[in-house]
Design a protein around this ligand. Structure first.
Ligand code: PLP
Length: 439
């Protein structure tokens, strides 16, 4: 424990809990009404630009990843009601959920099988487009299916893309980059699962392995990339492009809710629960949702007790200037997708006026919840994803928020969305193992 941070333990109960590895729930007292929020660092026009770019690439994606063809090349997931899981949470955890409980199944997203298929793939496409535009080989009005031609693969093959990852980001960057023809190097932290490394190597991706944590893998990747003028580094700690790719989900979810005739307004509040690692994915989605729903959406991040970097960064206001290690926390968790010890350099700052709070959860509960979702809804998601239920199983704390916001009466009309962030690519034998893991 770093003594410089001791006073935070004495003054912020959630930080004291976090340092003691107790599950906790921090409510953000810096949240502001939408009309009083400062102009954000990322603009709605940038999200629209990202949305349009994904649309330009859609015909290409439908061609080279046939699994996306049924959705016309859009990388999107189902939003499903999970009433049996709601019953389970109400009985087992006295969650007291009265409105609808839904699962956003990014766990089934095509191509990469995790939420990273939004941000990671977007950033690779953006880089590919930038290069092809600059070379005069591609124009915005072209049919992007030409990108599958050999001359493009040859062109991209002269360039390298690198990234540091705990697993899933590497999968999305690796698979997409390799498909376009790039050389790809993924720098994997010690947390990364063997099957993810194997899968990437089978697609021609170079995987470098490190015995250290995520920050070290990112550092190595950045250094490596800087030494090569033909190399581009996807920088999860700072990337606005990743963030924009995730933010596109906001408008898409709004359309999906409308199609399913689920209202979101002052009488029908929307609650969204997002597993958080470095913050890009949940931050981008939250930002996108805020743009659409303003004060009617309430977003919560969820983190493992051993890797609660965003809670520490936001509660102390120090953001990327603190790490879990500064508070004597080891950063080790079974939730490999969330095993991050230091938050993004900019996401927490953007989230300051709009995030509702952050809940933490112990690893053993992730497995319990994973089995419960399988038993009640016949749906498999990976352990990291199950953190999405962390806030819902702390009804007392959630109640505190509802009282403060004057929302108690509307709760029977509310919709709750647990954002399932990964699962589809987990091989059958790993699923078996997970299902029999007791912590
Ligand atoms: C990466 C990841 C997250 C969180 O994304 P960050 O951008 O790191 O916050 C959540 N769940 C899974 C399964 C992930 O792989």
């Amino acid at each position: 424990m770093d003594k410089r941070f001791q006073h935070f333990l004495d003054t912020i109960p959630a930080v004291a809990d976090a340092a003691a590895l107790r599950e906790t729930f921090w409510l953000n007292d810096r949240k502001l009404p939408a009309d009083r929020q400062p102009t954000p660092a990322v603009s709605p026009a940038q999200i629209e630009d990202a949305r349009a770019r994904l649309e330009r690439f859609a015909p290409y994606l439908a061609l080279v990843f046939p699994e996306t063809a049924e959705n016309n090349g859009l990388i999107e997931s189902e939003l499903a009601e999970i009433p049996a899981m709601k019953e389970y949470l109400n009985q087992e955890y006295q969650a007291g959920i009265t409105g609808r409980l839904m699962l956003k199944k990014d766990s089934d997203l095509p191509i990469a099988g995790s939420v990273k298929a939004r941000g990671g793939i977007y950033e690779v496409l953006k880089h590919a487009e930038d290069l092809a535009f600059a070379a005069g080989m591609l124009h915005p009005e072209d049919d992007y299916r030409i990108l599958a031609e050999e001359r493009f693969r040859e062109f991209f093959g002269r360039h390298t893309i690198q990234v540091g990852s705990t697993g899933n980001l590497g999968m999305s960057i690796g698979i997409m980059s390799a498909k376009l023809g790039f050389r790809v190097i993924v720098h994997m932290s010690a947390d990364a699962k063997q099957w993810k490394k194997d899968l990437l190597r089978s697609r021609g991706v170079t995987v470098m392995e490190y015995q250290q944590d995520y920050c070290a893998a990112v550092e190595q990747g950045r250094k490596n990339s800087e030494q090569d003028p033909m190399s581009y580094f996807v920088d999860d700690e700072n990337s606005v492009n990743l963030f924009l790719g995730y933010a596109v989900a906001g408008k898409r979810l709004a359309d999906q809710l409308a199609r399913q005739q689920i209202p979101v307004d002052a009488d029908h509040p929307l609650f969204v629960y997002l597993p958080c690692g470095i913050g890009g994915a949940p931050g981008g989605v939250t930002f996108g949702l805020q743009q659409v729903f303003g004060d009617n959406v309430h977003c919560f991040f969820t983190e493992p007790t051993h890797a609660c970097c965003m809670l520490l960064g936001m509660a102390t206001g120090l953001h990327d200037k603190v790490s879990v290690q500064d508070f004597g926390i080891d950063g080790k968790t079974e939730a490999d997708g969330l095993a991050v010890g230091r938050p993004s350099a900019f996401v927490g700052r953007v989230m300051e006026p709009m995030l509702s709070g952050i809940a933490t959860i112990s690893d053993f509960r992730l497995y319990d919840l994973m089995r419960a979702l399988l038993n009640t809804e016949n749906t498999f998601i990976e352990p990291s994803s199950c953190a999405a239920f962390a806030a819902l199983i702390r009804p007392g704390d959630l109640q505190r928020y509802l009282r403060a916001q004057g929302l108690e009466e509307q709760m029977p009309n509310a919709a709750h969305i647990a954002w399932a962030t990964g699962g589809r690519m987990v091989p059958p034998e790993m699923r078996e193992l997970y299902l029999h893991t007791g912590l």
